[in-house]
Structures are given as structure tokens and as C-alpha cells.
Design a protein around this ligand. Structure first.
Ligand SMILES: C[S@@+](CC[C@H](N)C(=O)[O-])C[C@H]1O[C@@H](n2cnc3c(N)ncnc32)[C@H](O)[C@@H]1O
Length: 588
């Protein structure tokens, strides 16, 4: 366009004031600086994401195998309690077909926190500390592991919203590749507030990426809504109209950020086949696991809230019971711990299982020669005591281990002198025997220096602490929790005996208020009741499971027939301890 001469030259000196422009938008303080690097936020050239999050190799502990009817040989599905980054680092590469995640949204609100369980709270403190870059580093380290876990034909859906979606997209392009992006699915829902000064926010975004260009996809169908094509099936678009679950919905379990099963049905139906492995590492109330179970997929679920894992376990059991799915085709599932362990159930484990666990936790590899050297950490022989909490190492154990060291090839070749004994406890005689062996150093070539480390003391977990000195969130790793001591009393109104009159019902008040936590500074966060316990598998009576407003320490239950009922009460504390009371109630 040609510039026209000014028709009023006398106006040439009058300058139009510039619009006010000195105020640029500034990100809120919690954003920090906006990310621009070519590598994912948090990536270190030499140490990858281990610079921010050092690797910790620890075993998982199976605390329960929930029987749904499949035989023992059938591989169970898995629910794992632990920080997902560390849990994922223990899982095999190329082993998962589909990952769905619904992480905290960088909304700055702690509304995801439901039970105030100490571990559930931790991620929020972590994430917000360094603003948006901190959040992206936290998420990237996890996305990086997810890519490793996906099979070459696998897919991932990351559920987020406007708070961070645009930043997450940039990071996912870096990690998975811009060309591996398939869709930004818009989940459009009805509920939510509105404001007169902006458009109502009624959607979340789901980023769908695949690991490679060859992937499984069974496009869902939906009915056309246009007048011309009404009723015809069309391939689904990337905008999904699915209502959020309201408070009355049957599937509602009360989890504040619970997603509708219809959403997960679409994702799991489109991007996996029957028998495929589906994983959700931000499990929450377990929507993805429940849908995967219903659609005949195998699954791995993980959450760092012990209560979220318990909610999901309960949901899977109830679904199996309701749908009468108790046949061999439904795999059992295990509830597993990573990083924080149940001392009581370790004590009851068979010796070789216990020994394997302790060696792995200590960073040692098991020895296979059957001698009194049970394992090796670097060049150091390791010995492990018995599983029972009360078992104590004796002087004979010390002698036996010292002799095994003397007889080992390494001893002769390299003047090996040191060894470590790991156990719940040591007798004074064992301490003295080790002392004696060490003191011979001045007079005897056969001397041996033995360290004796109790499994619950700091020396047992020193290899974790030295690797992660600056990370407060590692301080709980390799610690043990004790179950709360559950105590239940019951009565009927007026203190009468529990009686049942024909045509009436017996109302019984149960109280678990005298239950006591054993873990330091823990508090009870959840109580569940099973009024018809089958003696095998705890399954809460509907309505007696999880409540947001506090644990159900006192409840009333109506028995509508006479008989002897086995009642069970399960209590969880904020540190992950879980204890169960089982008793008989006579209703006559
Ligand atoms: C938004 S909720 C998931 C809700 C779920 N999709 C549902 O339908 O119920 C996010 C969950 O991620 C868990 N979480 C947060 N950080 C975690 C971490 N580092 N490892 C494992 N779980 C984590 C929280 O405890 C919370 O239960």
C-alpha cells in the first residue's frame, strides 16, 4: 500500500499519544522464569533427571494379594503405594501398552488432597516450591520414565488443564517428539462455575502421544448431532462431551478429582486391546484401574497416598463382587509398598523371602553358594538374620559368618577383612564376639571386622541418605511403619445386649475410638467397616468405606437378621500404617 501524503500538513507536529504500553504482563511469582531451553526442563547432560532426583533402588513389598478367583500362577494386577518416579524406575522397559495420567494441575490449590495423609501432601509442597519450572521438572522426570516403560506401539494420555497445559505440551514435544503428538483431546463438561467477565471454563485438555508411528488405535464411534446426519455413526472427534460425575452418580466414590468412567472407557477402548497392560501412576480414586479391570485389561496403578491405594483396592473388590466377576478370568491384584514398609508383615515372611528383601534394600546382591555369606555389597560380604521381630543374632552366628569369610576365595586373594551383619537385633554375646574378632587385629592374621547393623537404624539406610543429602523427600525411604493397634467396642442403645426381635432389626453401635497409632506423630486418617467379613478378604460394607470429613471412628449398623457375624474394622494412619480388627458379633 502506498503511503498517502498527510492532507493536513499543519497537523504533522501533533503526535498521537502512544497507547499505554510500559506495563508488560508479568508471570505470577510462583512461575519463576518461563522455560525456553531446547532440552526438557530439568535435564542434565551428564546425569539426566538423576541430577534432581537421584535414583534409589529398593524392593517392593507385597502386603496383600486380593483374591478375585484367579489361580496363584496367574500374574496379578498391581497397586503400588509409593512415589511414582521411584516406582517407575523399578519397572521393566517396553512393558506397558497404555498410560493415562491425571497429575496435580499446577492449580495452586490443594484440592486434590483428600485425607491429609503425610505422603499425599508431600507432592504438593514439592511441586509448588520452584514455580512453573519446578513443576515441569517434577513432571518431566516422570514423563521420561513413562516413555521408557511404553512398548514401541504404546500410547500415553496426559490429562491437564489451562493452568499448565501449554507448558506441558512444549515439554512433551521435547520428550516424546513433536511428530509423536496425535491429538489434543478436549474434554468438555457441564459442571463448574461461571463468571460474567469471562467465558466459563468448561474443558480439560488431554495430550495424546504415541511412542512411535506404529501404534494400536481403534477409533471410537459417536452419533452425529448435525441435522443432516443425525443418528449416523461418525468417527469420534477430538472434542468429547462427557458429563462430570455429580454427587448423586453411582460411580461417585467421593474423591474430589475423580474422573468419569466414560472418559476412561474411551481412552482404554481406543488405545488398548483386551489383555494389554494399562498403567496409571497418579491413581487417585482408581478410575483407570476400575475401567481397565472391567474391560479385561491388566493394570499397574500407583499413588503416593496410602489411602488412595486403599480406596482403589476397595473399588476393585466391590466392582468384582457386584458384577459377579469372581471367575478365573479376572486376575487377582496385589497391594504393594515401595520405600515405606510394613515391619509386621516382613516379620512373618519366609526366611529366604525376607533375606532377599533385606539384601536388596541394603543395595546388596544375593550370593548363591549356600554358605553363611548371604550376599555381597560391592566387595563386602553381607549376612542377614531371621525374619521374626524378636529374633536376635547370637555369638554362634557371628562365628559362623566370620568363618565363612575366612573360607571365601576373596579372603585368601585380597586380605578381605570386613563384613556386615543385618538383623532386627543382636544379643550382647554377639556384640562381644564381634568385638573380640576385631581386637585380634593386633595379634592374629585371622581377625575379622564385622559391623552389626539393626534393620531399623540409620546405618541400614545410609546409602540412600548419602546419595540424596539435599532431598528432604528422600528422608522417608527405607523406613518401616507399624500397624495401628485397632480396638473395637460395641453396644446397643441403653447398654442392652445385642438382641434381635423377629420383624425388627438389631442396631449396634461400634466404636474404634480407642485404637492407637504406633508410628511417631501419625494420626488416624481412615476407618473402614466390613459387617459381613468372609474371613479371607476385607471388603467394606457399602457406605462404611471412605469419608472426606474424617475417619468413621463411631458407626451404627443395623443387622436385619439374627446370627453370628464376623465383623472387621480396618484403620489407616497418616504414615501408611494399616491395622485390622476382626471379631464375632452375636445377634440373637
Ligand atoms: C488428580 S488425582 C487423580 C484422580 C484420578 N484420576 C481419579 O479419577 O480418581 C492425582 C493423584 O496423584 C497422586 N500423586 C501426586 N503426586 C504423586 C507422586 N509423585 N507419585 C504418586 N502419586 C502421586 C495424588 O496423591 C493424587 O491421588
Amino acid at each position: 500500500m502506498i503511503q498517502q501524503p498527510n492532507p493536513n500538513p499543519q497537523d504533522a507536529d501533533i503526535e498521537e499519544p502512544l497507547p499505554q504500553q510500559e506495563e508488560f504482563w508479568r508471570p505470577p511469582a510462583r512461575f519463576g522464569s518461563v522455560p525456553v531451553e531446547a532440552e526438557p526442563q530439568g535435564w542434565d547432560r551428564y546425569r539426566g533427571f538423576q541430577k534432581h532426583y537421584p535414583r534409589v533402588d529398593l524392593p517392593t513389598q507385597i502386603v496383600e494379594r486380593v483374591s478375585l478367583g484367579s489361580d496363584e500362577a496367574h500374574e496379578p494386577n498391581r497397586l503400588i503405594w509409593g512415589d511414582n518416579l521411584h516406582v517407575m524406575r523399578q519397572l521393566r522397559s517396553n512393558s506397558v501398552d497404555l498410560i493415562y495420567i491425571d497429575p496435580p494441575f499446577f492449580s495452586g490449590r490443594q484440592y486434590n488432597v483428600m485425607w491429609g495423609d503425610a505422603n499425599e501432601m508431600r507432592s504438593f509442597n514439592d511441586i509448588w516450591e520452584d514455580g512453573m519450572p519446578g513443576y515441569l521438572i517434577w513432571l518431566n522426570a516422570r514423563l521420561y520414565e513413562m516413555k521408557r516403560l511404553l512398548k514401541p506401539t504404546g500410547s500415553i494420555y496426559v490429562h491437564c488443564d489451562w493452568h499448565a497445559s501449554h507448558y506441558i505440551k512444549v515439554e512433551m514435544d521435547k520428550i516424546f517428539g513433536y511428530e509423536s503428538f496425535r491429538n489434543e483431546v478436549i474434554w468438555h463438561y457441564g459442571l463448574g462455575g461461571s463468571s460474567p467477565r469471562l467465558y466459563s471454563k468448561k474443558h480439560d485438555a488431554l495430550f495424546f502421544y504415541t511412542k512411535s508411528q506404529t501404534y494400536y488405535f481403534d477409533k471410537p464411534q459417536e452419533h452425529a448431532t448435525s441435522v443432516r446426519m443425525r443418528g449416523q455413526l461418525k468417527g469420534a472427534s477430538d472434542v468429547w462431551d462427557i458429563p462430570t460425575i455429580n454427587n448423586m452418580a453411582k460411580e461417585r466414590i467421593g474423591y474430589p478429582t475423580q474422573k468419569p468412567e466414560a472418559l476412561l472407557e474411551r481412552i482404554i477402548g481406543a488405545s488398548s486391546n483386551e489383555g494389554d497392560v494399562v498403567a496409571d501412576f497418579f491413581l487417585g480414586g482408581g478410575t483407570a484401574a476400575a475401567v481397565a479391570q472391567r474391560l479385561g485389561r491388566r493394570f499397574i496403578g500407583c499413588d503416593q497416598s496410602r489411602v488412595a491405594v486403599a480406596v482403589t483396592a476397595e473399588r476393585l473388590k466391590q466392582q468384582a463382587i457386584k458384577r459377579e466377576l469372581e471367575d478365573a478370568s479376572i486376575p487377582d491384584f496385589t497391594v504393594e509398598h515401595w520405600g515405606i514398609y510394613e515391619a509386621a508383615s516382613l516379620s512373618g515372611a519366609p526366611s529366604d523371602e525376607f533375606r532377599g528383601f533385606v539384601l536388596r534394600a541394603y543395595g546388596a546382591t544375593p550370593a548363591s553358594d549356600g554358605s553363611a555369606i548371604h550376599g555381597w555389597r560391592n566387595q563386602m560380604p553381607v549376612w542377614v538374620g531371621g525374619p521374626g521381630r524378636d529374633s536376635r543374632v547370637t555369638a554362634e552366628d557371628v562365628e559362623g559368618f566370620a568363618n565363612a569369610i575366612r573360607e571365601s576365595v576373596q579372603y585368601l586373594d585380597s586380605n578381605l577383612r570386613d563384613g556386615v551383619m543385618l538383623a532386627w537385633g543382636f544379643t550382647q554375646a554377639a556384640r562381644d564376639a564381634a568385638d573380640y574378632l576385631r581386637r585380634c587385629q593386633h595379634v592374629d592374621v585371622d581377625f575379622i571386622r564385622l559391623r552389626q547393623v539393626r534393620i531399623e537404624e540409620a546405618g541400614f539406610r545410609e546409602h540412600i541418605v548419602t546419595r540424596s543429602t539435599d532431598r528432604a523427600d528422600y528422608s522417608d525411604f527405607l523406613t518401616f511403619v507399624q500397624p495401628p493397634a485397632v480396638s473395637v467396642a460395641y453396644s446397643v442403645k441403653g447398654g442392652r445386649a445385642v438382641t434381635f426381635d423377629a420383624g425388627d432389626s438389631a442396631v449396634v453401635n461400634f466404636r474404634a475410638g480407642d485404637s492407637a497409632v504406633v508410628n511417631f506423630r501419625a494420626k488416624i486418617v481412615n476407618v473402614q467397616w466390613d459387617f459381613n467379613h468372609d474371613g479371607r478378604r476385607f471388603a467394606a460394607t457399602p457406605g462404611y468405606s471412605f469419608r472426606r470429613d474424617g475417619p468413621m471412628l463411631q458407626v451404627t449398623h443395623k443387622f436385619d437378621r439374627a446370627g453370628t457375624f464376623t465383623v472387621a474394622c480396618r484403620v489407616q494412619d497418616s504414615h501408611g500404617g494399616e491395622g485390622t480388627w476382626v471379631g464375632q458379633v452375636e445377634v440373637s
